[in-house]
Design a protein around this ligand. Sequence first.
Ligand code: PTJ
Length: 248
Amino acid sequence: MLIPKSHPRATSLHTREKLVRGYKEGLVVEEGLLAHGRGEMFDYLIGEKTSKPSQNAIKAAARALLKAKLPVISVNGNFAALCAREIVQLAKTTGAKIEVNLFYSSEKRKKTIARVLKKKGAKEILGIDPKFSRRIPRLDSARRVVDKRGIFSADVVLVPLEDGDRTIALKKFGKKVITFDLNPLSRTAQAADITIVDNVIRGMQILITTCKKLKRRGLQKKIKFDNKKSLSEAILAMKNNLGRMAHA
Ligand code: PTJ
């Protein structure tokens, strides 16, 4: 279906189409379509725009990625379908490695995702060669298998649209975890060090711009960031939006 740019919900409808295309091309699993539906619902609640608390979380995330010794961007099916170009841009800007890590793991899907990222300009994709596989302790899902040169050794990991168990396991394993999650109440959102409550499509673009700005200006200025406070503000912003919608 062709959606005209003037349609009031053009952006979210295009996003949905991107994900369905990703599903047909073998990047996304069926469960990923359900996860997207959950995300859309929360996106309506935040008014489909990046809130002030999310902008602050993005600043904290940019700083953490640029200060990291070994930052890694963890890529699953949904993230690859929605943001392949941005993943490569962020990796280039921050010097982060890119690693494919799937919840519903399959060698074929890993290779399809790696191929799409390489098409967008990625030089190296980790998480594909079993020779470098290591295990994150205290984690049962397929996501426990990570790359020795990537997530296993990283100090900062960006894990968008994540399941709660791995975020908790990564934290116990000493990693700083940054996530994008439109649901501020999810276990991942609650367990991460920095949660960006925003649609990953909007948020990734702002994160890249913020990293570029910070690189130009330098990282001298410290910023205070409290994830629990930031999540409470995101929940409050949703509540206020709902109130406005109810009285409109
Ligand atoms: O590709 P795989 O095999 O690794 O599987 C990926 C999915 C997403 C299926 C898997 O990680 C999963 O089941 O995730 P969950 O537990 O459903 O969590 C996804 C979270 O991301 C939910 O809290 C959604 O609200 C949120 N979300 C969905 N779409 C977006 C989003 N957050 C930000 N931007 C989105 N576009």
